[in-house]
Design a binder for this molecule. Sequence first.
Ligand SMILES: NC(=O)C1=CN([C@@H]2O[C@H](COP(=O)(O)OP(=O)(O)OC[C@H]3O[C@@H](n4cnc5c(N)ncnc54)[C@H](OP(=O)(O)O)[C@@H]3O)[C@@H](O)[C@H]2O)[C@@H](O)CC1
Ligand SMILES: [K+]
Length: 493
Amino acid sequence: METPVSLRQIMTVAEMKAADAAATAAGTPATTLMERAGKGAAEAIRQRWSRRSVVIWCGPGDNGGDGYVVARHLRRRGWPVRVEALAPPASPSCRWAAERWRGEVHPLNPAVSPADLHVDALFGAGLSRPLDGPAEELARAAEGLSACIVAIDTPSGVHGDTGQSLGGAAFRAALTVTFHRRKPAHVLAHGRAACGAVEVVDIGLSDTGAGDLVENDPSLWGARFPWPSDDAHKHARGRLVVVSGEAWSTGAARLSARAGLRIGAGVVTLLSPPGALAVNAAHLEAVMLAPFDTDAELAALADRAAAAVIGPAAGVGEATARNLTALAGTGAALVVDADALTSFAHAPDELFARLDRDDVLTPHPGEFERLFPGLLKASPERIAAAREAARRAGTIVLLKGPDTVIAAPDGRTAVNLNGSPWLATAGSGDVLAGFIAGLAAQGMESFDAACAGAWIHAECASLHGPGLIAEDLPGLAPVVLKRLWDQRNHPLP
Ligand SMILES: NC(=O)C1=CN([C@@H]2O[C@H](COP(=O)(O)OP(=O)(O)OC[C@H]3O[C@@H](n4cnc5c(N)ncnc54)[C@H](OP(=O)(O)O)[C@@H]3O)[C@@H](O)[C@H]2O)[C@@H](O)CC1
Ligand SMILES: [K+]
């Protein structure tokens, strides 16, 4: 069965607390939720590892309570379990769980007691200040041991909403077992690295519906992917135009154009300054070519296009700003990248005033800083930054990174989890712009197109792996598309 979008939802710590409070108000005791959480975590551990010695580090709050439940379930299955407590139970549910653990409770050994596996149940969502004392000492002593650490909810020391350490030391784990839904810490790059694999255990909280913040994968947009109809012809599959730079900087736009064609746009035309025509013509086959001299000519050529890419090696300055203004008047969905973003660094509001809600900005963090000075730094994490940027710009903002965030002005936000380090190569962003615009050209709604483009782009990179260069990416798209095609009526992974 296809994964429901609601399961791809990412909840903040406060939203999770509210869901928890709603469940208890509706009659489910908090201890029942804790029992399900701890039992689910023990099952996740048993699925991954055979029986072995385990030390469980328990904190004073409900995260520690989960630890006592894990201890009871593992011991029931015959695992040799040692429980170590940082402090006596301080919350009612933790006391309840600790009373049901019939074994000994040792004081926390900050030097790491030997065992095959360690469970970090010190702090989760309730961590409010940096680790200190024995917990901090233990986090430092456990630094090289992440391969045999399981974190309950979040690795202790990591903030659930930001994925950042609260200051000082934090744990790192091979597996993090969380409950009901992922939290931002499980998806943002820094937190993800600390979490290792993330498993989400159902603890019977009611479905809160698909929220605004979700994980980006095909369950989000697959049903609306613009596959060609049986009677499709090239003009019906969407027209895309891409603006080329001058003669000595044309490759980036060609990468975008090729990517747009590969992702399915029926007709792709590179619009080229006269001086770059010859070099573009020498390097194009299925992509068409047309010259423009003025912004008015550009607008006329783009008039029937459903989507346009402007920015890749377009040149920073007045001319590109004028060309963007011309394209903005055509009604095509714009993907604004690279030099087109930087051309408005002196006056970002002028750019925003020209754009519509179905246009897409694709900045990397440096370009983001030029358009939204200080916003990244002032935001708790990049999800909040991208959301605020989309609101200010009134358009879709795709903030690139290992954890690319795509935010729409209406609040819809998706985080890419399949990011690949192989994408850190020149020109990969040009291909991404082409993928997104190619999908938008086929009529896919722009937020869906940005999400699908980013996901496919990362899948292509992972397929190739080491040695990837941007030129390889469009040629890998057919493999990813074929998988999506084969899965369209079948389960998604
Ligand atoms: N929500 C749900 O639906 C469910 C949640 N569940 C579980 O509950 C967990 C959240 O539990 P929680 O709220 O009790 O927080 P937790 O992380 O145990 O820490 C609180 C304690 O730590 C203390 N403390 C804080 N920082 C500290 C520091 N640096 N150094 C020392 N102490 C510090 C703090 O003291 P205080 O700040 O109040 O003085 C308080 O005593 C969640 O992660 C999940 O595992 C599941 O059971 C299933 C259902
Ligand atoms: K923890």
